[in-house]
Design a protein around this ligand. Sequence first.
Ligand code: NAD
Length: 318
Amino acid sequence: MKKSVFIASFFAAAVVFGAFAFAEDSEMKSENNYATIQLGNGLKIPQFGIGTYGSSEQQAHDAVLEALKDGYRHIDTAHAYRNERGIAKAIKESGISRSEIWITSKLWPTDYSNGNGAQSIDKMLERLGTDYVDLVYLHQPVGDYMAGYRALEEAVRQGKVRAIGLSNFDLNEKVFEDVYAKAEIKPVIVQIELNPYAQRVEFRKKCAEKNLAVEGWFPLGGSGKGNETLFADSTIKSLAEKYGKSPAQIILRWHVQEGFSTIPGARNPAHIAENIAVYGFSLSDADMEKIRSLNREQRFYTGTWESAQHFKDVEINY
Ligand code: NAD
């Protein structure tokens, strides 16, 4: 049964960033003066990236080219977003060497089983115009996720993938524990929905115990209602006024200061520049506490593990 990826990505769930153990590393500066986070396998991921969910090839190309000019060195995409070729083109045009850029992509459930994994990773490398991807997530915790995981492990052994992550495995903690226990090459990061209204405190504790870094999707609440809700929050608004920053910058500074990796999605050049300009100021301890107190563990994405099951039948024709 085939459905469009657009619909699939609409329902895609995600993961947040496990942070406690990484707060200190997040203060380390990379060459371009932005922070990196030390992962459990020794690699350093640039803390701040650009998200490309919902962007066409052309839109992702334009946004990524702009972001690279602004100093971003971390790009988040997925097979399911169907824009990897546009990103490859932007990286090439930027003239920045491949080794300075961190590329994350995600393997979709239909790529997990029937021996599809190895071939799917080779196709991903081709689409991205590179001979290695820095980080590949299993996108969803459904289908034959263990076969997908084994394919990623093999790709790490072959030098095609540098780090493995789990995306949306917070949807089912039994599955999360299962894949973690069976992994021969341990995952080093999770990607989950994470923002001031859904701080994922309990799940992040489990990640910290496993030395998993935490990367947040929907850091600004996603597009639409979540976004509007967070920007209209009176605490966020008053902090924006106090620091002379935008609500987006207050929220993103909170992510950065908590030690999360964050990948806000933006296509507007002004937003792309504004978002990463959060390393020049800091929120006081009391103001960090104010934002922490906004937590209501209210996710904006309302899908469940059960509703995610259909992803294993959604083919990505890209
Ligand atoms: P987001 O929380 O980053 O919000 C994006 C929205 O905020 C867009 O509408 C954008 O126009 C707006 N925005 C961005 N900067 C702004 C600014 N400075 N001022 C005003 N508005 C601004 O939501 P997202 O893009 O869906 O999530 C971030 C990234 O996470 C995605 O792009 C994608 O790469 C990843 N993601 C992963 C999963 C998963 O299943 N693993 C799911 C969703 C998203």
